[in-house]
Design a protein around this ligand. Sequence first.
Ligand code: G3P
Ligand code: CA
Length: 765
Amino acid sequence: MFKKMVWIVSMAAIVFLGFSTVEKQFASASGEKLIDENFDQGTMPENWNVIQGNAEVTDSKLLLTSPNISNPSRVLIPMPKGTGDYVFEADMTFKSAVNDARWASLMYRVQNEDYPYYQFAVRRGTSALNGLEFAIRTESNSWNVPEKTFYPEDFQYGDTHRLKVIVKDNRVQHFVNGQLVIDTDLADTWYEGDLGFQVSGATVEFDNVLVKTRTEDLPPMEDNNAFLPDEPETNMLNAPTVISSYIPNEISQLEGVSSTLLPAELNESGDISVGDQLLTDLLDEIRGKFIPVIKVEDVNAVPGVIDVLDSASINDAHVLSSNLDIIREIKEAHPTVRGTVLYEKNHLNKHDLQKLVEDANLTNSMTVALPEKLITTDTVHFFHARAIAVWGIGDDIHSLIHNGVDGIVTSSPSSTVNAFSQYPEKTLVQRPIVVAHRGVPSLAPENTMAGYNLAYDLGADLIETDIQQTKDGHLIIMHDSTVNRTTNGTGKVSDLTLNEIRQLDAGIIFGPDFEGEKVPTFKEFLDGFKKKDVVLLVELKADNIEEAVLQEIKDAGIEDKVVLQSFSVEHVKKFREIAPEMSVGYLYSSSVAATPEARVEDAQQMMNYATAIGARLNSSHRSLSEESVTYLRQRGMISMHWTFRSQPPLEDLLKKGLIGPITDYTQWLTDAPTIIETPIKKRNLKVGKSATIKAKTFVNYRADKKKNIETTLFTEGNLNVVDVNKNTITALSPGQADVFAIHTFDMIGEEWNLVSKPIRVNVSR
Ligand code: G3P
Ligand code: CA
C-alpha cells in the first residue's frame, strides 16, 4: 500500500517524493569503500569494539543483546581521523524486544570512543509517532531528539530492513529500504567521528555493513510546505474555511481563501489538466499559498493524478470525488492525501446520512461535501457528532455559515469574504459538540448509568466511556485497570469475574445519594442509549478486545451511533481494519512547540499521521494551539479533545475555534442556545419607515423547543441605508442592508453571540 512513497522528514515535517526521483538523485553518489563486512569470518572484525553490553558475531551476523532500557549494548567501529562524511548502511533485523518502544540504531560521528554522537534510531513499533529518529547523544550523555517520524508499518520480528545514513557536512539523510525518512541539517556540532551500532531493550542482528566516503553535497533541504493559508477577516469564532471553485487567471489574487478546487481531467494529449492549464503547473503556482482540493470524477484520470502528485511532492492535499474507488485508489498511492466524499443526490434522508458517514470512513476520508440545499443545522450536527466534517457547496454564504459547516466551496470567493466581515464580535457559528466525559463526574459517579443518564438529560451530544475486560472475558465499563478508586472493592478488573464486579458499589464513594450504583456492563450501556438521540464515544482501555467490543456494538445494532477511540495506535489500526465504516479517534498528548512555524510543522506531521491511519486527532486540550486548531479546521478534520475540567482553557480554545470539548462539566455548555431564527427573511421598507423584529431561539436541540428570548438587531457596513436600534430597523436611504438578529448569552462566565441568518432589507423611496 505504501510502496509508491518516500517519506521525508524535514524539520519535523513530512513531505513526499516519488521513489524514482530519490534513487536518481543518488545514483552517482559513490565514494571510497571504507568497510564492506558480512561477518563470514565468524568473529568480531578487527578493531571493532564492544564498548557496552553484549555483542557477538554469530551465524555470520553481528548480534547485539540488551536486556532492558538501562543496559544498552554498543559496538564501535573506528574511522580514520578526519572522516565524517560517509554513507553508512546495514541490514537490521529485530529478533526480540522488551516492548514496542525499544530500539536499535546506527551511530555516527561518535566522539571520544563513547559519546557525544548522532544516531538513526528505529523502534520495534516503527509506526509510533517517534518510530524513527534523528537523535543526538549530548555532551552531558543524555538524549536530544530534534527529528522524529513514523514508518507506515511496524518492523516485524525476523524481517530484515536496510538502514542507511548519509551524512555530509551538517546535512543528514536517513533511509529505510531506499526510502528517505528523515532529512535534516542539524548535524552541525561534530563533523567527524566513529561509527557504531546500538541496541536498547532488544535483541537485534546486523549484517552486510557497507561504509563509503561521501564527497558530493546532499541536495538542499526540501521545503516541507507546512503552512496556514490566509483566513478572511471576521469576528466569527469558528468560521468555516473557504474553498474557491473559481480559479482566476492570477490565482494569487484570491484573498481569504484556504483552498482551491481543481477539477482534474485527462486531456487529449494524455496530461492531467484543470480547464486549460496543467494540474502540475497549478499545483506549483498554489504551493505554500492554498491547499489543493483535486476533484477527480473520471477513473481514467486517476493514474495521471497519482503521477502528478508523485512528481509534485505535495502531500498537503485533498482529493474530492463522488466515486469512492477513485478516492481509495489515490489514497492508496498517497496515504497522506486527505479524502472528501462528494454527495450528488438530490435528497438526503436518515439512511443517506448514515451511508455518507460510512462512505467517508470506508475511503479513509474525514470530510463530506454537499450542495447547500441539502444542508441544515441538524445535518451538520449529525456529521459532527460522528467526527465527520462538512463542506457546503454553494453561494448562499450566510445560510451555510448559519448551518455551521466547516468549509464553504464557493464560486464567488470575494463575496464570501465580504459576508464573513459582517458578523458581530464573539459570534459562535458552530455549536460545540459536547462530549460528556465518563458521564458527568462533576455531578455523579463516573462511568455509571446514573452519570450517563444525567449526561443525556443535560443534552450532551456524545457520551464518553472506557471499556475493560473481566477475568471471565466480559466487557465492563471502568476507567482504571483496578476497581480501587471508584468502587468499595479492591483488585484488578482482569483478576475479578463479572459476578464479583457486579457485587461492588460504584456510587458510594461519590456520595450516599448514589449508593448501590453498579459497575455497568458494556451491553447495559449500549442498550441504555440505543434508542436515544445521542452518540457514544467508546474508548478501549484493554488490549485484544477490539473484536469483542465491535461484536457487542453490532449486537446492539448501533454501529451508526458509536465513535471509537484509543491511546493505542494498535487498537486504532485494528478498528480501522475490522470496522472500516466507523469513525475512530487516536488519543495522544504532545507538547506545544515554542514558535508558530514549529507549531504548524507539528500540526502537519500529526495531520499526515492521522490521515495515513484514518483516525481523528483526539489529543489532550493541552496539546492544542491556535495554529493546530486552524490547521485541522482548514483541512477538514473534526476532532474531540480532553479533558476540560476548568473554564479558562475551555473559553480560550472555543475562541480559537475548537468545537469538540470532552468535559467533566457537560452542564457548563448544554444550556447554551444552539440556533436563532427570525420570523422573516426579507423586509421591504420605504425611506423613513421602521420595522420591529423579534427572533426565536431554540434552547436545546433535543428538547425541540423554541423559546422567545431577548434579541437585538445588528448590522455592519450599511449605516447609510438603515439605522438599527434594539429590535427596530429604520430605513434611511435607498439600498440594501443585511440585518442580523443577535442573542447574547452567557456560557462559562463569558458572553457569546448567536446570530440569525441575515434579514435582507430593501429600502426604496
Ligand atoms: O476521551 C478521552 C479521555 O477520556 C482520555 O483520557 O484517561 O480520561 O480516559 P482518560
Ligand atoms: Ca476515557
